[in-house]
Design a binder for this molecule. Structure first.
Ligand code: ADP
Length: 610
């Protein structure tokens, strides 16, 4: 649902963007078109105005140059003379010189009746080198009336038109004749031909009198022009005195088509009046280039608008995508956070569970340890129980001896035999001391063993164990041999527990050789690398191979009920293991059992720790 709302909002943003960009593009295109076309047209108009001014001046100057030539010639006495005398040959000569020097098309002299006296072109014309000049409609009338005669003589398609000036020669009875000068408009047309824009000069009737388009010569201009409309342009009016632009004035120009120039082109028609001649010079400024430039500018503006819209579109799209990505990132971060929280909760629960399991396990281990300690204690008590008969004998015998020695000592005292009495008392003291020693060892052995480990001397442990076993040794009559091969050894362990191990192994050995005539038990201690070794060997029957794997199992016994519990070896195994040592069984040379206890040496362990 939220996604749908978001998509709708996203679409609405893009619709707004389109709704904005389309009118902005249209308005920009329209403004650019109108401003640029106005600017370019202004430029065209300014250029064409200048051209028109120059070209109109060219025409005016050309005609001005010859305006004074007929009056000047008419003043000359020789001209007056030849006109009066109608001297043709003198006339031809003067006319030819004047025409040649002034650059006029033709100079001629006429009598008042309008008959040609002489012309600069007489000879070539007579020889058929020049066409006969039409002498009709010459402005002789005005000249004979004393004014400057002016007339335009039309040309043909191939020949430019001419302008004719005429002035009267004065005689005794008024005008004696006239000087006529033809000026060709060809030179003007040649100058105009350099400009690409169509240029025409039209007379009062709209007839083309000079142009840089020879086909229009002699035609009516209105036949060549097709009006399309009007264009208003701000014109810079030039202040001629200051030579600077004084103001911008609006000018209205006809927009026309010139079929002869091509169907798609349009021109601005610019006119300049030549009041003296009664003519107009017209320039047609081509607007095609200006329009195409304006079109290009508009196209660039529209494209720029579209480009900016596109960039805006892309930027918006990117922003939307960025926002989308940010939202998704935030969402996935939240999801991740939730998962992490859940996982943390699970973990802490698992931790709590584990901690309680550890606690339970520790409690169970503690319980086990307690039970094992109880078991060890029970086994110890059982061993003591087994030895109790021998032990009580061990106490009863000295007690009886003490008793008889005491009686004897008393009698010796009564008899006054002091030295005998003292000897008896000394024996009593020795026996009491021995009983006290056995009692001390018994007390220590029956004490509940701790769990602490530390360096202990092996020899005292063995001595005490053997002391406890001495009654049984006597009973069995076996031979005991104890050898400390490497001197005193210190191992890591507990005194009472190691004593129990030695006691169990030695007791088993005595059991094994019991009843044997040459029964012997060998107890050796020695050093093997980092270990101290206690070896208990006997020459009994040994353990059968098939039973070897079971002897360390709890409650495994081959002894009669009441004699063995099957705990001695398993407890010894456990104790040695607790001391980080090893208890192993083997077979001796005589076939008897050999038990080896390997314990870490205390001096080596402290060296390693250091
Ligand atoms: P118990 O002595 O009460 O039987 P132990 O665990 O001390 O229990 O011994 C288990 C068994 O291992 C004995 O019953 C005996 O068969 C065998 N055993 C132990 N020591 C020797 C030995 N030195 N020679 C032969 N057999 C032995």
């Amino acid at each position: 649902m939220r996604d749908l709302r978001r998509a709708a909002r996203h679409n609405a943003v893009f619709v707004v963007l389109i709704c904005l960009s389309v009118p902005v593009t249209v308005v920009t295109g329209w403004v650019t078109w109108s401003v640029s076309s106005r600017l370019f047209i202004d430029e065209v108009v300014t250029r064409s105005q200048a051209l028109l001014a120059v070209q109109a001046a060219t025409l005016e100057r050309q005609l001005d140059k010859f305006r004074l030539l007929p009056p000047l010639l008419a003043q000359r006495p020789d001209v007056r003379e030849l006109v009066l005398t109608r001297d043709r040959s003198a006339g031809e000569r003067v006319a030819a010189i004047a025409a040649g020097m002034a650059g006029a098309q033709e100079v001629a002299f006429y009598d008042p009746a309008g008959h040609l006296i002489a012309s600069s072109h007489m000879l070539p014309r007579a020889a058929g080198l020049m066409p006969a000049r039409d002498t009709t409609a010459l402005p002789l009338e005005e000249a004979l009336q004393g004014r400057l005669g002016r007339a335009y003589r039309p040309g043909s398609r191939s020949l430019p038109g001419s302008y004719v000036f005429a002035s009267a020669t004065r005689g005794a009875q008024g005008s004696s004749g006239a000087v006529v000068v033809w000026v060709s408009l060809g030179e003007v047309e040649q100058a105009w031909a350099l400009s690409k824009a169509p240029l025409v000069a039209v007379d009062g009737e709209g007839q083309v009198v000079a142009t840089n388009r020879p086909a229009w010569r002699g035609q009516r201009l209105s036949d060549q022009v097709e009006r399309l409309g009007a264009v208003t342009v701000a014109l810079a009016e030039t202040d001629s005195e200051a030579g600077t632009d004084a103001a911008a004035l609006p000018g209205v120009f006809d927009l026309v088509g010139l079929p002869q120039e091509g169907p798609d082109r349009s021109f601005l028609r610019m006119t300049r009046q030549l009041p003296l001649l009664g003519w107009q010079v017209i320039a047609f400024a081509d607007t095609t280039a200006a329009r195409s430039q304006a079109f290009k500018a508009t196209a660039i503006a529209v494209l720029a608008c579209l480009l900016f819209s596109g960039i805006g579109w892309v930027a918006l799209e990117r922003r939307q995508a960025g926002l989308r990505r940010m939202r998704e990132d935030r969402l996935s971060a939240l999801r991740l956070e939730r998962r992490v929280r859940q996982r943390t909760r699970d973990l802490s629960e698992a931790n709590t569970r584990l901690a309680s399991e550890v606690r339970e396990r520790e409690a169970a281990e503690e319980e086990l340890r307690r039970m094992q300690a109880d078991l060890v204690q029970a086994a110890k008590m059982a061993t003591l129980g087994q030895m109790s008969a021998a032990l009580s004998h061990e106490f009863n015998q000295p007690l009886a001896a003490i008793r008889s020695n005491a009686d004897n000592a008393k009698q010796f005292l009564d008899l006054g035999r002091l030295e005998k009495a003292t000897a008896g008392l000394d024996k009593i003291i020795v026996m009491v001391e021995r009983m006290a020693e056995i009692s001390r060892i018994l007390k220590g052995f029956s004490r509940r063993a701790g769990t602490r480990l530390g360096p202990i001397a092996v020899k005292p442990v063995i001595d005490e164990a053997l002391m406890l076993l001495s009654p049984r040794l006597k009973q069995t009559g076996a031979r005991l041999e104890v050898r400390h091969l490497d001197g005193p050894i210190q191992v890591i362990g507990g005194h009472v527990r190691l004593e129990q191990v030695v006691l169990n192994l030695a007791a088993n050995a005595l059991d094994a050789v019991e009843g044997q005539a040459d029964g012997a038990v060998h107890l050796r201690t020695y050093v093997d690398g980092d270990f101290g070794v206690i070896e208990v060997a006997d020459n009994g029957p040994g353990v059968a191979d098939e039973l070897l794997s079971q002897v360390f199992d709890p409650f495994f016994t081959t002894k009669d009920v009441g004699k063995g519990l099957g705990l001695g070896l398993s407890i010894a195994y456990k104790i040695v293991h607790d001391f980080s040592g090893a208890l192993a069984i083997g077979r001796g040379e005589t076939g008897g059992a050999v038990f080896t206890v390997r314990l870490p040496r205390a001096d080596r362990a402290s060296e390693a720790a250091a």
